[in-house]
Design a binder for this molecule. Structure first.
Ligand SMILES: [Zn+2]
Length: 188
């Protein structure tokens, strides 16, 4: 099984990664980057509201790089990810109440969780401690991880944040892992 990584882009975690065996969509195998982009554009809200959530070319390029990064996360945690939100065109972003100018709107960000691996907090810690390149990693409300890639040609910030509520806003770093999180992580 080999993944079709786009040309002129860096394979995830080069040197430490075996053949990708984990896909981030539930029922398919990881066999083409096209599948990844399709998965990242899927939205129940878009379908329900008749919104055409198709990416244009620059967005597609971002989605390809995002898909690579998410694949690296799958390999890191040894499990598919549950993508809860990927690309959101402007009208979809408005429909779901997304922040204006969100990296979701440029195909640079996805929200996901991975219950087989552990809590969102545990997942965020694992990614932060890895060598995976990302722009922003945000643990949102303790419930999911928001991960983004830098725009083409820009330096990834590798910024780690968390947010508990809107009033408090974004805070640097991650909350510490609790004992319960650590033991939950051992359960397979
Ligand atoms: Zn997000």
């Amino acid at each position: 099984m080999s993944a079709a990584f786009p040309k002129n882009s860096q394979a995830p975690m080069q040197g430490s990664v075996q053949t990708p065996e984990f896909a981030f969509w539930a029922s398919d195998t990881l066999n083409s980057a096209h599948c990844s982009v399709a998965t990242l554009c899927h939205s129940d809200t878009a379908l329900k509201n008749g919104i055409d959530n198709q990416p244009d070319e620059p967005v597609r390029d971002n989605l390809l790089r995002l898909a690579e990064t998410l694949t690296a996360v799958c390999i890191l945690v040894g499990s598919p990810l549950q993508i809860t939100s990927g690309f959101r065109c402007e009208s979809l972003n408005r429909a779901v109440g997304g922040v204006e100018g969100s990296q979701h709107s440029t195909g640079q960000a996805a929200d996901f969780k991975c219950p087989p691996f552990g809590s969102a907090l545990e997942l965020a810690h694992a990614i932060a401690a890895s060598s995976i390149t990302f722009d922003q990693l945000i643990l949102e409300y303790g419930r999911w991880v928001h991960l983004s890639v830098a725009a083409a040609g820009e330096m990834p910030r590798r910024e780690v944040l968390h947010i508990n509520n809107a009033a408090e806003g974004y805070l640097h770093g991650l909350p510490p892992r609790t004992k319960a999180d650590k033991s939950q992580r051992q359960v397979t």
